[in-house]
Ligand binder design. Structure first.
Ligand SMILES: Cc1cc2nc3c(=O)[nH]c(=O)nc-3n(C[C@H](O)[C@H](O)[C@H](O)COP(=O)(O)O)c2cc1C
Length: 233
């Protein structure tokens, strides 16, 4: 199901330059140890640049991360801020033919949703829905696993799951893979929740589609930050 390559070079310079970053980090560590210089600004600049240039990618093909790479990325995900260390999440990796079963569950959800609206699923929607899980070689479904804790309301656990997903996405990108976080209207339909054994108080926080970009990833335009920020000092 998985290929076992450990080093996967990015396809587009604008997309990832993490190998450069690790090299810069090694260099800056070496410089620090040498006692000649303590400035690691080049590493910091590269890392900031890398974070700023992150893009979601919807056209994803093989190669996909190996099982080992997925576990490493999930490990990073689980270092997300997590009040009282409740680990309020679960990860389900779907790949290969298992995506066909997920497709059937999505279709059942679409049919149930249409029925509630007194409608039928037409052929176009049927095909589109069945094709959804085939849009990437691997899908990581991240499910909240709400815990009871008097000091940690559910909304905090939900935020923690979101932070965990962002870490997951960044770790995958660091490994040279691209992804897109999707939910869509079907994600929390009863049929899909049953499929992933999601509890009544829990949610599918995201379907993280993962793979290699099918085409060069567009660069991100610089964002205007000022209007969203207030400095009160
Ligand atoms: C909780 C959540 C659910 C999302 N669901 C979808 C989705 O179902 N379909 C979609 O096209 N984008 C979805 N997005 C947005 C994409 O993941 C992505 O952020 C967006 O396309 C912007 O691209 P960028 O990440 O390159 O800025 C979702 C994002 C979040 C945070």
């Amino acid at each position: 199901m998985y290929n076992n390559h450990h080093q996967h070079e990015p396809q587009s310079g604008a997309f990832v330059s993490f190998s450069e970053i690790s090299l810069a980090k090694k260099n800056s560590d070496r410089i620090k140890r040498s006692g000649f210089e303590t400035d690691s600004s080049s590493f910091t600049d590269k890392l900031i640049n890398w974070l700023e240039s992150r893009r979601s990618v919807v056209k994803l093909i093989e190669p996909a991360p190996s099982q080992e790479q997925l576990l490493d990325a999930i490990h990073c995900a689980m270092t997300a801020p997590d009040h009282k260390k409740l680990k309020p999440w679960r990860f389900i990796v779907t790949a290969g033919d298992a995506r066909l079963s997920l497709a059937e569950a999505l279709l059942a959800s679409a049919i149930a949703q249409a029925q509630r609206a007194g409608e039928l699923v037409d052929e176009k929607t049927r095909c589109k829905t069945l094709n959804m899980p085939l849009r990437a070689p691997v899908i990581i479904t991240v499910v909240t696993q709400m815990r009871y804790h008097e000091k940690v309301p559910h909304f905090e656990q939900m935020l923690s799951a979101g932070a965990c997903i962002q870490n997951l996405i960044l770790a995958l990108q660091a490994q040279g893979f691209a992804s897109v976080w999707r939910t869509g209207l079907l994600a929390n339909e009863a049929e899909i929740k049953r499929y992933f054994n999601v509890g009544a108080e829990d949610y599918i926080a995201g379907f993280i589609y993962v793979g290699t970009p099918a085409s060069p990833v567009p660069t991100r335009q610089k964002l205007s930050v000022d209007e969203y920020v207030t400095f009160d000092m």
